[in-house]
Design a binder for this molecule. Sequence first.
Ligand SMILES: Nc1ncnc2c1ncn2[C@@H]1O[C@H](COP(=O)(O)OP(=O)(O)OP(=O)(O)O)[C@@H](O)[C@H]1O
Length: 707
Amino acid sequence: MPTVKDVDLSRLNREQREAVTAEGKAVAVFAGPGSGKTTVLTSRAAWLLQQGVTGGRILVVTFTRAAAREMKERLAFHTAAARDLTIGTFHSVFLRLLRESGIPVPRLIGEGEQAGMLRELLAEKKRPWDEDAVSGFLGQIGYCKNHLMLPERMNVRKEKNIAFRDLFHAYERLKEDRRVWDYDDILIQFYRLLRRPGSHSFRNRYLHILVDEFQDINRVQWECIRLLLPPEGRLFVVGDDDQSIYGFRGSDPGYMLELVRSFPDARRIVLKTNYRSTEEIIRAGQHLIAHNRHRQPKELTGVGVRGSESPVWMEPADEEEEARCILEALRDGKETAVLYRTSTQARAMIDALVQENVPFSVAAGDAAFYRRWQVVDVLSYLKLAENPDDLDALVRVINRPKRYLFGDEWMDGLWFLSRKTGRSLLECLPELEGLEGYQKKHLSRMVREVAMLRELSLTEAVERIRRNIGYDDFLSSMARDLGQDPASLREPVEELSVAVRRHPDAASLLSHIQTVEQRVREKPEHPQVRLMTFHRSKGLEFDRVFLIGLHAMVIPHRRSLQVPEKWKSRAWEEERRLLYVGMTRARRELHLSVSQTRQGRRVGPSPFLKELGYRGGEPPPERTEPSQIPRNRPNPEQPQLRHRKEPVRIGDELIHTRWGEGRVTGIIPLDGTAPGRKVALRFETETRTLHYELSRHLGLLKRTEES
Ligand SMILES: Nc1ncnc2c1ncn2[C@@H]1O[C@H](COP(=O)(O)OP(=O)(O)OP(=O)(O)O)[C@@H](O)[C@H]1O
């Protein structure tokens, strides 16, 4: 019989100890960021073993495989009996139990195959679609299934919703025909199994069910947990309603409150001590999240660690300067994370890191900017200009915009013509046999335009593809056909227009793209800098965190505002939680960056920044905040987010870590109200404009008397 090492409760604080040893049918631990949720959950499992509960009667459910792995490792330290515990994600645990029950589990399909099936169905139904629409449908289907809203029970009236229900239905049938399940089917099928009369063996198996990240639970998961729990069973959950950020997948922090309601004598314990961050960072986070209405209020306190600086604003001119500033900061070797709302925002940072050869890690999906279909279209035009015999590129763009050359019979004719005349495929296009006048006209124009691209700089060429060749118009009409937001569809090309400014020609850009792909694959084991979305950063912590691109329409994201009025306030709150998750990842330093322009346009700061005391920048272009959210609350405890103001005069001598000694030749206030100043500094060989306070804060700029 394996022995259990004593769980050292003395290392826990009072509330943590109370949680670990709590009695009662249900215990809900509401915990703020960095307050030791993982520690508590692991200690609880170890403590139960120590109390004599056999491992086989304990189930621990986590949200990610990484969390399950970590928990297993930590528990193995306490006892070999931890081997008998069931620890895993909802999907892995339910799948194991389904298999055990004898239900035949067919082949499971991932997102790639799901998308393929949807494409087939959309083509069959002759509905216009693009990749964004396909992933949109996939998201909707997942959302419905997680809410147990199955197509046969969907009572819809609007034409758009009927079309969606039919597609959903067809998708479910196609899966059945092909004998496959998607991952959401695991949850649905397990739920059905638990509702069958003979499912007692499962329903009595686990005496203790422990759930991590409970704020992200969805309807089907919640129902399964309730059904699994035997009458004499105990439920123990930890979560932070302020960190619930998967609403789009059906998660609902409301289940934390429902748990307290469903089990009237549930114990509710709040962990209030944050062990992760400096007092200043904790205060800023608390200040932001206090603006959410649908939450359990909880006061977090730190353990007295003061930061050397308050959280600091960065106001670079644009995304390129933002990336350069961060690169400069990285010279000190500190562990750093760069977090962003959407993966497109990682582009400038990745480009800069690749160009400066700095090792970094990023999820492949976040680094896929150059593989976005709109970008590939524009690149195909550039390739075609370089090589008018590039058939792949030609086929890709022939009808983008429409040139009315459909099917593929024309390809044989084109080969033949090109062979016969010795001219390129592109040049032969308008001479294809049997073309109508309007087709000839469109194709001749295409040949002329593509040939012209060769004469232009890369920036001009991309501009010409967008405006003269009509790629932007093509995207707008596609957005109309699909009922999508044209700005979202155009976003990748807007970003590309900025990205190409770094490159003299298409060859340089294409070789850079190859290097990016290679560098992303390298995945260094201990990179100094990690790039990730706010979503991916959940559960992690870093010494220094940069949150970049904090603009209006980015956070809260434009998409989250395109929901019916009644859901707006919820959507808005989820976006605020997302920013909160990002901010609370920082242990020592937190930098909030809002550039003055984005994708070449002036943009306003995120309205959330105002809530944090930011007074700079332009007002956001559209203020769509739902009326019930209080605006500009009085803020007695405004976090100190401003830069230090110290005198600087023309003629002052300063030393920059990179460019050496320089003399101030100009001082430029930032938009009058914005914190900080820019200074023009003449160095030996060049003059540079730098953000004075930011450069000082990052230790890049010293006054001569300090050296
Ligand atoms: N009682 C304690 N004394 C000292 N350090 C602690 C204590 N409890 C937790 N910690 C430390 O605090 C840090 C944060 O803990 P943990 O990651 O478990 O928090 P969390 O609540 O899961 O955070 P989040 O929800 O933000 O991801 C860890 O480094 C952990 O070791």
